[in-house]
Ligand binder design. Structure first.
Ligand SMILES: [Zn+2]
Length: 433
């Protein structure tokens, strides 16, 4: 979600974005599980990749320009390892190839890890090792009996995790990336090792900027299967949570702050989205007096400037959202007082659309999003034109005092999960339940 906000913000500033997302479709566990299941790595990972991409769609995440798989880039990894071999940064041991971190003086610069106490030659095979424990790491791993391996120029085996990212990132983005993103837990050892691999090979900075997202916690605790507070996006959908609610909740907390995921925060997110959608409906349907208000123009300009300033401040989405809700509150008050005028409406609608180019929660397409991940709505929705026609008919029935017919129509719409709101000025607004 944080990466989506980042790319949408860069777009809003007129920048061209080339985002590359890698799918780590090979690591120790995947190889092991695929072997246990008696399937190929490709087959084993396919269903997860598909579900992941579907989930991205459900949350309205824009697709990166490139989505690349590690297993399609084994040769690029071998090439990079050979470059490191030629520079004397590696050593072989029992069929594996290790990176000698003592040969890279900058080791530790990203995570500020202290390498002084490190025993030379202490090495580790696991992709994930202890925090604060710097060791030589495997670039290439010897095959294990019964498990998949690749036959290559540097010998049979499989790639270490860190080399996958370094090789793929440089292939698609060049030797120096503008921005490298990731979870805060990846700073060490993963990103530290990516730097060691790439910078030692190229002699250039690997990334000009690193952005690390904090973790999400559930009711103040780390999400884990053993605590019973572990759930997937689809578990939430099953419980009736709307995709837009989750999107809003995830984006509402700036990426560098820990997000505490609770039932309460979900309910609040849902009502915030409702509030934004109702506001836009009101702007588009209510009748206002002629003219325009200098006050509303000023408020709108300020909201737009603050929204942008928040995002420009290291993606401070909380600040940006506060600006949006200030505008919503003030404009609603002005409408209630009759101080909001006809020509203000398109101006404020345009501002809301600008905000939504980044927030992406205004369009009420939750049912469709859910259907795309296999949660079909209970009954097909009545199309908008049909609803409008029935409302029209109800209005004329009311005018000729045919209350039996107008009640029938209200009933029919209610049964189709459509909520009607009669407003003071006589217009009728509707929405799906
Ligand atoms: Zn990585």
């Amino acid at each position: 979600m944080f990466q989506d906000i980042l790319r949408r913000f860069l777009h809003s500033r007129g920048l061209r974005v080339l985002q590359v997302m890698n799918l780590t479709d090979v690591d120790d566990r995947i190889i092991q599980k695929a072997a246990q299941a008696g399937t190929s790595i490709r087959e084993y990972t396919e269903k997860y990749i598909e579900a992941f991409l579907q989930d991205m769609g459900a949350l309205n995440l824009e697709m990166p320009e490139e989505i690349v798989r590690a297993t399609d880039h084994i040769q690029d990894m071998v090439d990079l390892i050979e470059r490191l071999q030629k520079k004397g940064l590696t050593y072989p041991s029992e069929g594996s190839i290790y990176y000698r971190i003592a040969k890279f003086p900058d080791y530790g610069k990203l995570s500020k890890i202290n390498v002084s106490g490190m025993k030379a030659g202490a090495r580790v095979d696991n992709d994930l090792y202890e925090k604060d424990d710097a060791r030589d790491f495997a670039l290439w791993k010897a095959p294990k009996p019964g498990e998949h391996f690749w036959e290559t120029r540097i010998g049979p085996g499989r790639p270490g995790w860190h080399i996958e990212c370094a090789a793929m990132a440089m292939k698609y983005l060049g030797e120096t990336l503008d921005i490298h993103t990731g979870g805060v837990d990846l700073t060490f050892p993963h990103h530290e090792n990516e730097i060691a691999e790439s910078e030692a090979a190229t002699g250039r900075p690997f990334a000009n900027m690193w952005m690390h997202a904090e973790h999400l916690v559930v009711d103040g605790e780390k999400m884990s299967k053993s605590l019973g507070n572990f759930f997937t996006l689809r578990d939430l959908f099953l419980k009736g949570t709307k995709p837009s609610t989750i999107r809003y909740l995830l984006l509402s907390v700036p990426y560098r702050r820990q997000l505490n995921f609770t039932g309460d925060s979900l309910r609040q997110a849902e009502s915030s989205v409702e509030r934004l959608r109702n506001f836009v409906t009101r702007l588009k349907t209510e009748k206002f007096g002629t003219g325009s208000s200098a006050q509303i123009e000023k408020l709108t300009d300020k909201a737009e400037a603050d929204f942008d300033a928040g995002l420009a401040d290291d993606l401070n989405t909380a600040f940006s959202l506060a600006a949006v809700f200030d505008l919503v509150r003030e404009a609603n008050t002005a409408m209630d007082r009759g101080e909001f005028l006809q020509q203000d409406a398109p101006r404020v609608v345009a501002a809301m659309e600008k905000f939504d180019a980044i927030l992406a929660v205004l369009v009420d397409n939750d049912a469709e999003k859910l259907a795309n991940v296999g949660f079909a709505p209970k009954k097909p929705r009545m199309p908008g034109e049909q609803i409008e026609a029935l409302i029209e008919e109800r209005n004329t029935a009311k005018k000729r005092r045919d209350f039996k017919r107008s009640d029938e129509i209200r009933q029919q719409l209610a049964e189709s999960d459509i909520i009607l709101e009669d407003s003071k000025d006589g217009t009728v607004r509707w929405k799906y339940k």
